[in-house]
Design a protein around this ligand. Structure first.
Ligand SMILES: [Fe+2]
Length: 308
């Protein structure tokens, strides 16, 4: 594919220092200007200051100058007006005012393979006479930023810009509610949800396995149980385990593991992409989706600041 990786994003928040301290607690490295990364590197979350939280910029990598020229041509042919110097395409989504920046980027760093822990099951004892290694583990940095979910007042408008203009692929979709888009082999790198105001709804960090996600969320909750939002559970879309907590600015972070990987688009469409219905939107198992996940706690503040 011409797009091949999510590079990161920039958010603006009222208290960047509080967010930076939270990221340090998560085990991320970096700073607000160069960006915060997980242990694999390769993606960066930058933080700026603004009176009300908002998502400013999303960076995506494509493979070549030729890809970049094609993206620019598609946008112009669709009536959009991309800007940016020759090495990048900058496209502001009119529905959200979010700046999507596409540039040529090398491959993401190759991650060190996760160590798979032996898991006992009925009739299949693979770990005898000893405790599970996972009980001795603790929290450690997540691997990388995997995806973000953007609330948009025009789900169709933002979707069409990302799919028809930038070249994202549609992995799963519930019309008028949510669509999951990919620019890599991950089931989704960006998901879009209908929202009265533009919104960084959540952003998600990949973990080695369910224990890594569990230890990471637990550490943050022991410091402040009020951060708990939703989880643990398992999504239908993407198949991943999830656990969500609230960050100091009011967006949610997700620790996830075991997401669907699409290495063959035709195989996903032919056999992997089973029907995606309304009942699948929230999860496969786990607690019910909390109301604040749909109606953010600071919606009034966000609406008052959104003049568009
Ligand atoms: Fe997610």
């Amino acid at each position: 594919m011409s797009l091949h990786r999510l590079m990161g994003f920039t958010s603006a928040v009222p208290d960047p220092e509080a967010v930076a301290a939270f990221y340090a607690e998560m085990g991320l490295t970096g700073d607000p200007v160069v960006g915060f990364s997980g242990s694999d590197g390769g993606t960066a979350v930058r933080v700026e200051e603004a009176p009300v939280r908002r998502l400013r910029r999303v960076e995506i990598g494509c493979e070549s100058d030729h890809d970049l020229a094609e993206i620019r041509q598609r946008l112009v042919a669709g009536g959009a007006q991309p800007t940016g110097h020759p090495e990048e395409v900058v496209m502001v989504d009119p529905s959200t005012a979010i700046e999507f920046v596409i540039g040529v980027a090398g491959a993401a760093p190759v991650p060190a393979p996760a160590v798979s822990n032996p898991v006992n099951a009925p009739g299949a004892t693979v770990r005898a006479n000893r405790r599970a290694p996972a009980v001795f583990e603790g929290a450690r940095a997540p691997r990388r930023l995997g995806h973000l979910v953007i609330g948009t007042p025009s789900l169709t408008g933002t979707r069409d810009l990302l799919v028809d203009g930038l070249g994202f692929k549609v992995t799963d979709e519930a019309e008028g509610i949510i669509c999951f888009l990919r620019c890599s082999t991950d089931h989704h790198n960006i998901a879009l949800v209908e929202s009265p105001v533009p919104l960084l709804q959540h952003y998600s960090w990949e973990c080695d396995d369910v224990d890594h996600a569990g230890h990471s969320a637990t550490k943050l909750l022991r410091t402040d149980p009020e951060r708990q939002t939703w989880g643990m559970g398992r999504h239908f879309a993407g198949s991943n385990f999830y656990w969500y907590l609230r960050d100091p600015a009011g967006s949610y972070i997700e620790f996830y593991a075991d997401m669907d990987q699409i290495t063959d688009d035709a195989a996903w469409e032919a056999t992997g992409r089973t029907p995606f219905e309304l009942e699948h939107v929230a999860n496969s198992w786990g607690p019910d989706i909390p109301l604040e996940f749909i109606v953010p706690l600071d919606l009034d503040t966000l609406q008052a600041s959104w003049e568009h």
